[in-house]
Design a protein around this ligand. Structure first.
Ligand code: NAD
Length: 296
């Protein structure tokens, strides 16, 4: 089985490297020529456009920034669909709206091309180690066909339903992450403002009912050290909350806490914190209360 990979960014270049380590033949494309060269040096074939990747592959993986770009790379001029043949499988690893991938799958099916949405969780570290969680939507038999490839990049690879189901699980997960991150920032600041040491709060709460991934993953390595190098960038968290907001509007469902959390990340972006880790949202509370939630 020949594999293609489009989008060699923070996640994509690491995942593509692991596909190569799995001894698959790999064709790659990215607008960033340096990223393509890096993969070429590891043995991948460099292509000039998404359609050329598709011509050289049975399965094309994509890891791209947002819905509009994925749509363009698959359906646009010189896109994957132009180079694909009947039976080609497109596996989108990006986090995008379920509606977008369902539309792409419908158009692809007219050419006999199969589509899976397979967003990932686990960040750059998980992509590097090949230990991502992958939630896959689409036909079960297509999922089974590409499973050996997905096993090169993830250790928890789950089929969760029809096309769009993977992106839905992912946006629900990242809605919770965003909301929990803001809650951790607000709650820790309250405790410190009330006179407690932040590590006392952390030690007790991380073992209590108020604990969450946002607290345990983001306190010691980020907030306590005043280190806000991502990790997971505020801009990406903001985009993922937008996926939840858009989906809630389509479903006519109020998303009160999700919208509030997104607005806090919007304030952080307006202050120039978009490229910092999501834990940097605590800087807003620190400014409003004139304290620091860490030992200086
Ligand atoms: P990134 O911005 O680092 O990488 C995106 C890559 O796509 C870049 O190399 C860019 O040059 C390329 N690209 C953009 N437009 C293109 C086009 N038209 N044709 C070809 N290449 C194009 O982003 P990332 O952090 O790797 O994230 C990729 C996806 O994975 C996003 O949907 C993101 O939400 C999701 N994700 C990211 C993380 C994370 O921690 N970074 C975790 C889970 C999921």
């Amino acid at each position: 089985m020949k594999i293609g990979f489009i989008g060699l960014g923070v996640m994509g270049k690491r995942m593509a490297t692991n596909v190569l380590k799995g001894k698959y033949e790999l064709a790659v494309f990215d607008l960033n020529k340096d990223a393509v060269k890096d993969l070429q040096q590891l043995g991948a074939k460099a292509c000039e456009a998404p359609c050329e990747v598709a011509q050289n592959s049975d399965v094309v993986l994509t890891s791209l920034p947002n819905s509009a770009i994925v749509e363009n790379v698959v359906l646009g001029e010189n896109g994957i669909l132009e180079g694909a043949k009947e039976g080609t499988v497109i596996v989108d690893l990006s986090s995008i709206t379920p509606k977008t991938i369902q539309n792409i799958a419908k158009k692809a099916s007219e050419k006999g091309v199969e589509v899976l949405d397979a967003p990932v969780s686990g960040g750059a570290a998980g992509a590097e180690k090949g230990t991502l969680t992958i939630m896959v939507g689409g036909k079960k038999e297509v999922f089974e066909k590409v499973l050996p490839v997905l096993n090169c990049i993830g250790t928890k690879v789950n089929h969760v339903g029809d096309v769009g189901a993977g992106d839905t699980v992912k946006l629900v997960n990242n809605l919770l992450l965003g909301v929990n991150m803001v809650a951790v920032a607000e709650a820790l600041t309250l405790g410190v403002k009330a006179g407690l040491k932040p590590e006392v709060l952390y030690d007790i709460i991380s073992q209590s009912s108020g604990s969450s991934y946002a607290l345990t993953a983001k306190y010691n390595n980020f907030i306590a050290k005043g280190n806000f190098e991502p990790g997971f960038m505020i801009d990406l968290q903001y985009k993922d909350l937008q996926l939840a907001v858009d989906t809630s509007k389509d479903l006519k469902m109020p998303l009160i806490i999700g919208n509030l959390a997104q607005q806090l990340f919007e304030v952080a972006r307006a202050k120039g914190l978009g490229s910092e880790d999501i834990s940097a949202v605590i800087k807003l509370y620190e400014e409003w209360t004139s304290i620091k939630v860490r030992e200086e």
